[in-house]
Design a protein around this ligand. Structure first.
Ligand code: GSH
Length: 188
């Protein structure tokens, strides 16, 4: 089994966390560099990381990869679980796009309608997750995915998510030393 991805991607980290106790090969590929983008093309048309090569399959999309790995372990996710995981994915997607708007100098100040919509979505999801976390409603899998996004937001200094979300901040700060998060930490 081979995982293709970078050590800076929150999507790749979701999969790395799930593979924590499994033997696999890791192929480093930085999607945002020209060389990485070219190499990604050889794996299929989507051109995003992560990619998992396993059992003659090339699986793209971090959520599909996680679902595949969990199914192999006999675990089927409920719709309630999937809905919360989708919220976290939406937070990740909108935040990544906001970051790209900046680094690709499309809308550096997030002034256009598209950026504003992304920002609203990210903060709407953060508010919902704040409520869920303050009532301790998140499962371990949801916490893992959430940690991946919060840590990436901090790593890239995308926006200040901490001030308005004390329960998320507390969760983030108290989780930092957990071994699985330390052993998959984001690195340039
Ligand atoms: N929905 C995808 C998103 C993956 C994604 O956007 N990965 C980023 C890296 S963090 C990427 O490959 N970006 C390359 C690009 O947008 O050109 C997933 O969950 O795997």
């Amino acid at each position: 089994m081979k995982l293709i991805g970078s050590t800076t991607s929150p999507y790749v980290r979701k999969v790395r966390l799930l593979l924590s106790n499994t033997e696999y090969e890791f192929e480093e590929l930085k999607a945002l560099t020209p060389e990485g983008a070219k190499l990604l093309g050889s794996y299929g048309p989507i051109k995003r990381i992560p990619i998992l090569k396993v059992d003659q399959l090339t699986i793209f999309d971090s959520t599909l990869i996680c679902e595949y790995l969990l199914e192999k372990r006999g675990i089927q996710l409920s719709i309630e679980e999937k809905l919360n995981l989708k919220l976290i994915d939406e937070l990740c997607d909108s935040s990544i796009m906001l970051f790209q708007q900046k680094i690709w100098k499309i809308d550096h100040q997030w002034e256009n309608t598209f950026s504003k919509r992304l920002y609203e979505r990210a903060f709407g999801v953060l508010k919902t997750l704040e409520e869920l976390q303050s009532r301790r409603k998140l499962t371990e899998l949801q916490e893992d995915w959430l940690y991946c996004v919060l840590d990436w937001l901090s790593f890239r200094s995308v926006y200040d998510w901490q001030e308005a979300h004390p329960a998320l901040k507390e969760f983030y700060e108290s989780s930092r030393e957990i071994e699985k998060y330390q052993s998959t930490r984001l690195e340039q």
